[in-house]
Ligand binder design. Sequence first.
Ligand code: UD1
Length: 422
Amino acid sequence: MPSKERMLITGGNALEGEVRVSGGKNTAVAVIPATLLSDEPCTIENLPDIEDVRALVDILRSLGAKVTYVPGEFMTVDPRPVEMQEVGYRLCQRLRASYYLLGALLGRSGRAEVYYPGGCEIGSRPVDQHLKGFRALGAQTEEVGGRITVEAKELKGGDVFFDMVTVGATINVMLAAAKAQGTTIIYNAAKEPHIVDLANFLNSMGAKVKGAGTDVIRIRGQQYLHGANYAVIPDQIETGTLMIAAAATHGDVVIHGCIPTHMEALTAKLLEMGVRVSDSDDAIRVRSMGGHRAVNIKTQVYPGFPTDLQQPMSALLTTARGTSIVQETIFEQRFKHLDEIRRMGARVRVADRMAIIEGVPQLYGAPVTATDLRAGAALIVAGLMAKGVTEIYEPKYIDRGYDHIEEKLRSLGATISREREE
Ligand code: UD1
């Protein structure tokens, strides 16, 4: 059902000042289910205050875990009372990462029953590689009535060869393998920063994970994992969105608490466009005087240009001088935001997985609709650049993954608010 909320942005203000980035969404949604593998309570810090995290709290509680969650501070999960192995349909629909309950429960108790996940509609997003990985560990898998059941009498380490690089399947197999008997080797593994962060969390509980961050990961399963205190890494995509917003408004913003080396693909493109980017240990400064040049983008697995930043970046390119070609190689339906930004005056042609963007001097505010999380971020970028008022419908998608984004942008000088329609 469409929600009655809308976000209102009056564009044209240059963003200026300093802002702190929140903890990583994609790390949080892997680390929280991973607490189920522990035989003792775990405390996680630096979690972003977002809808996906709230949904996972509800899932863990539904399984019987004792969860204390103070948003913005910490989450403690005591998984010892958990006896359930099934996650209900409605809970699974609330986020894509509900599929990590498959790996986490399989590792914990040898069985999991989870519905096909909800989350953003950006392509078909199958789970065949996840299931193939579980089967390599000796599990039986079954898909009936929209429900996936995985079960293993004895979960045993094995060799897993992925047909493509997949973040979700790499994480899911790491979760199950942490408690399997013997060693699992994942070939063609994803190398994203949150894979490394999950490995660090598992190792802090006593797991033996080596090679995370390369394309071969070795996991020696452990019978007992102890409790741990862990802080998740900063959000790479929120950092990138703020960098793009700073450039888009011809602003001058320092983003604190980020990891500049995670941002190299974006930084390189912004520099190519004529934006000034500098960094120190844990901060990035983005300055722009405008006059951006068009650039070509091709999304790739890490360390290539992230698909999650393709959408906000292509919003920025709608006003760059010249023609930009954006190729989306990871998900097949990730250009819906461009249909919306066209209403604001952008000149864009989409052909299959390629968008050809001819830069225009100015976007104009219009009513637009967010169709997924990063499409919402792209519309925010477009709204900040546009002349006049942009109304963004369905901001609930943005709440899945951005922690207090309106407050953060307002603190930098943006005119942005939210209204409930009567
Ligand atoms: C994760 C991220 C998402 C990001 C994406 C790519 C989380 C919660 N989400 O999504 O923000 O955009 O990585 O960096 O971390 N595929 C299959 N079969 C499978 C699994 C994947 O064909 O079993 C395909 C997908 O359709 C897609 C590609 O592999 O074309 C990559 O998907 P994957 O890396 O798994 O993305 P997600 O884990 O869904």
